[in-house]
Design a protein around this ligand. Structure first.
Ligand code: FE2
Length: 380
């Protein structure tokens, strides 16, 4: 076995860990650019646990508030702010959009080129400044990956920019910060995490450490998703945050699969939340991959308690796939993308756009362009 695993330098996990943020930041810099969503910082738990402690620290804080689904321009504005204030550290607090933006701002801080040049193929050729990730959703896994998904606003294409030097220096996962997520966001972000875990577990590039992380992530998410969605209890939120973190770590090593290959072009074309598109497409991808993933899905079924240990492999695999389909339904996610605006005439473009991407190469079953077309037609 051969592998090359990138991890952040330090991961702090657990309720209350956000109180350690000021000390961690003071260790890494003096002038901070804090990247967040428009309303993230107003939420009481973020104010009490992150912002107010930072205000009473010795750090100079500059703010970059972003809209959902960041573009190259979002990153460029952050880079300008960072440079004009001579910051030496970037912090992302929020969901995947804030973390991806923070990562790219830190990664391209020393570059003179616009972010769009990198989205169109320029190699990352500069040394980053450090960045710290504080996720407030349980889904994107961006806190432990080396890539940032950004929209090139000139052609509307969503691409993944990445470099191995872009790992966060410190990751602080305080599950309390995820408590105020509304139901719908809990569903969409959790489905993103579940998709990462399943796709990483079945990926062609899976290795023993990523398989262990992914399998445990599936178990944690399957057993806690619905109660995190329906109740305000801490325990399921904590388990979801852990599942999302572990799924992200597995994803960073093993890559994703079919769902992610299609979710990026579809999501950016119709401006749909990433987790929602993943949730709709996941059951179709599981069905397509079933032919050669029976053992994998059965194992996930046994481990998650969906199938009894004495069930046959085929039965356990079927139960697992059925469970995911029903879960998606119970979370209020539509069964098709037609309801979200997908048009038949756009399908060929999405199939073309997914060609050559790393997610498609990682998918366990080779998917031809005809296969992708028929998956999207079924999801219409
Ligand atoms: Fe994702």
């Amino acid at each position: 076995m051969l592998f090359d695993i990138l991890t952040p330098e330090r991961i702090l996990f657990g309720p209350g860990t956000s109180f350690r943020i000021p000390a961690e930041l003071e260790r890494l810099g003096k002038r901070v650019l804090l990247v967040s969503g428009q309303n993230t910082l107003q939420l009481p738990e973020n104010l009490d646990r992150v912002i107010n402690p930072l205000k009473s620290s010795n750090l100079a804080i500059h703010y970059h508030r972003i809209d959902p689904e960041p573009s190259a321009g979002t990153v460029d504005r952050g880079r300008e702010l960072a440079r004009s204030n001579n910051v030496d550290l970037v912090v992302g607090i929020g969901g995947g959009s804030a973390l991806d933006t923070a990562k790219a701002v830190a990664g391209l801080f020393h570059s003179e080129e616009p972010t769009s040049a990198y989205l169109r193929g320029r190699e990352v050729d500069v040394t980053p400044i450090p960045w710290v990730a504080v996720p407030t959703t349980a889904g994107s896994g961006s806190e432990v990956t080396r890539n940032a998904v950004l929209i090139d606003q000139e052609n509307g294409k969503k691409s993944s920019l990445r470099h191995e030097s872009w790992m966060a220096r410190v990751v602080v996962v305080d599950p309390i910060l995820t408590m105020s997520m509304p139901r719908q966001l809990t569903a969409w972000t959790g489905l993103d995490a579940l998709t990462h875990a399943i796709e990483a577990y079945t990926s062609r590039w899976v290795v023993a450490p990523s398989a262990a992380l992914a399998a445990e992530a599936v178990r944690l998410i399957v057993q806690n998703f619905f109660s995190a969605y329906t109740t305000g209890r801490k325990e399921p939120r904590e388990k979801m945050a852990l599942g999302s973190l572990m799924a992200g770590m597995a994803l960073n090593t093993a890559g994703a699969g079919l769902v992610h290959a299609l979710a990026h072009p579809v999501g950016s074309r119709y401006n749909l939340p990433h987790g929602l598109v993943c949730g709709v497409l996941l059951p179709y991808a599981l069905e397509f991959n079933m032919a050669i993933s029976v053992d994998h899905y059965a194992e996930l079924g046994y481990r998650s308690g969906i199938a009894r240990r004495n069930a046959s492999v085929e039965e356990a695999a079927e139960k697992f796939v059925l469970y995911v389909r029903k879960l998606v339904e119970k979370l209020g996610v539509p069964a098709t993308l037609g309801e979200q605006g997908l048009r038949r005439e756009d399908i060929q473009g999405f199939v073309e756009a997914s060609k050559g991407g790393s997610s498609l190469s990682a998918n366990v079953r080779k998917a031809t362009l005809d296969d992708l077309t028929s998956i999207l037609e079924r999801a219409l």
